[in-house]
Design a protein around this ligand. Structure first.
Ligand SMILES: [Zn+2]
Length: 503
């Protein structure tokens, strides 16, 4: 006897349909599983057997073959349990009814027969909502995943608590829906810029970086608020659109951080440790898993202690920074994952952290030189803004009453609107090509003079020159000014470190 159910495997950030076929035939009792299963999928046999027996069904004492197709797709995790159990119950005629044809099955089984939630259900629901002819039109998932599946509108969802709920489903009866706390909302609670006290230039650098999508490097001693500042960058960016929020939530769920009760994720902030491997950063493995840059998609990737990351890791960031996505090669073809993130980095000014020239610095000159060289080699051309900061003094901390993120975000949103009108939807100044730069970021006479002076004073390279113009364009956009004048150039120059510290 043969039966088939349908489920999904996660590949990268997408759900791919998988057919589960069960063949039950005479012979010594056995249960084999074919179709590139990993260890967790193979263990599925034990969970499925126990869940079937403990739910009061009979486990067929015959030869059972379960086949997962397509066979060349590597299957991982416990997510196939429910589909396998449903197919066995159908093949052994313990649960029957054409209604079951109408569902995708996605759930893990506990030994007692209860249905457990999975990661990646939003991606599955999204794929289910795009049903092709002949495919099921609803998804039967764990009640724990009901809110997440519901983030995709217009999809039939069956919330299963126990394997025995399949009996209802076969009769066309939906198990009761869990009660959700409220309508879907975007998660709040991003840290606020108001907490960053006594750091005027750093606050301004954050605002400009947020407005123009510029890479931001902050160099300064420990305690100068570098990491505190970086964590506040997402709160300055415009709110995610509904489609973007679904995309971000889907990726978070696949990475094992399912949304709470149907709540959409906020802009991500990812801060991987500098010991991370290149694969951990950009993604990889089999089946391919998203790396930190995909988890940071539509948000901020923060590289603390930039000089300590391996060269290989930083080089791996180049292509994604350029293209907003990453391509991972595999044995069979390659897979492309989204990776449109804004990069922010922090570094100490010297190995000891106090800064060469400071009294407390104990670094030898050659150590300082080697450290600077490593820093300026590390993706330096990706940071339009590179700011040196100091620890704020007690007086600075006391008299600062900085604006909140909400206030600054209003200016950022207006500046981004001007950029989108000029460059196209979603485009920001950081992405301007050389021709666009020539067209849209030409300074007026006084601005050109200020740039020449700055060039002499700071020894800007050609690329450094272009970066100043891009940042000056953003400074003017924040002020709502069409022309780039001396004031905008000077402000942009103030967001660059001096020669020797910079390339
Ligand atoms: Zn030092």
């Amino acid at each position: 006897m043969l039966s088939r159910t349908r489920t999904f495997a996660i590949q990268g950030v997408d759900a791919v349909p998988v057919d589960v076929e069960i063949d039950i035939h005479r012979g010594l009792p056995s249960f084999s599983l074919v179709g590139l299963p990993d260890a967790a999928v193979r263990e599925s046999r034990e969970r499925v057997r126990a869940a079937i027996v403990n739910s009061g069904f009979d486990f067929p004492l015959t030869r059972i073959t379960a086949s997962l197709a397509p066979a060349d797709l590597r299957k991982a995790g416990p997510g196939f349990d429910l589909a396998i159990a449903a197919a066995i119950l159908r093949a052994s005629k313990q649960v029957e009814g054409p209604e079951l044809e109408g569902w995708w099955f996605a759930g893990e089984l506990a030994l007692d027969g209860s249905v457990r939630g999975l990661s990646g259900v939003l991606a599955m629901a999204e794929r289910a909502a795009r049903a092709e002819p002949g495919e099921p039109s609803g998804i039967a998932a764990a009640a724990a995943n009901f809110g997440e599946a519901g983030l995709v509108g217009g999809l039939r969802i069956a919330a299963l608590r126990r394997l025995t709920d399949l009996r209802d489903l076969a009769k066309g009866v939906l198990p009761p829906e869990p009660v959700l706390p409220g309508p879907r909302v975007v998660d709040r609670g991003l840290p606020d810029l108001a907490d960053l006290r006594g750091q005027g230039p750093l606050r301004y650098a954050l605002e400009v970086a947020a407005a123009g999508g510029h890479g931001l490097l902050v160099v300064g001693p420990p305690g100068a608020g570098k990491s505190l500042a970086a964590r506040r960058l997402p709160s300055l960016l415009p709110p995610l659109t509904s489609a973007e929020a679904i995309e971000v939530t889907k990726i978070a769920s696949i990475a094992g951080r399912p949304p709470r009760d149907g709540t959409l994720a906020a802009r991500p902030f990812r801060a991987p440790h500098h010991t991370i491997s290149a694969a951990g950063l950009v993604g990889g493995g089999s089946p391919p898993r998203p790396g930190e840059i995909t988890l940071a998609h539509r948000g901020v990737l923060f590289l603390d202690e930039l000089g300590e990351f391996t060269r290989a890791s930083l080089e791996a960031l180049r292509q994604p920074l350029e293209e907003g996505r990453v391509t991972i090669s595999r044995a069979h073809g390659s897979i492309t994952l989204p990776a449109g993130f804004q990069v922010c980095a922090a570094a100490n000014p010297c190995p000891c952290g106090h800064g060469a020239g400071a009294q407390r610095c104990r670094c030898r000159p050659d150590q300082v030189r080697a450290y600077s060289a490593r820093l300026s080699g590390a993706l330096a051309d990706r940071f339009d803004i590179s700011l040196a900061v100091e620890q704020p003094t007690a007086a600075e901390l006391a008299d600062d009453d900085g604006e909140s993120s909400e206030e600054v975000a209003v200016r950022v949103a207006l500046a981004r609107e001007r950029q989108a009108n000029r460059l196209g939807p979603g485009r920001v100044n950081a992405t301007m090509s050389e021709p666009e730069l020539a067209e849209h970021a030409r300074p007026d006479a006084a601005g050109a003079e200020a740039l020449r002076e700055g060039h002499e004073r700071m020894g800007l390279s050609g690329r450094g020159w272009n970066r100043v113009l891009k940042v000056a364009r953003t400074v003017a956009d924040l002020e709502g000014t069409a022309d780039i004048g001396a004031r905008h150039i000077d402000l942009a120059l103030s967001l660059r470190r001096r020669r020797g510290e910079d390339q």
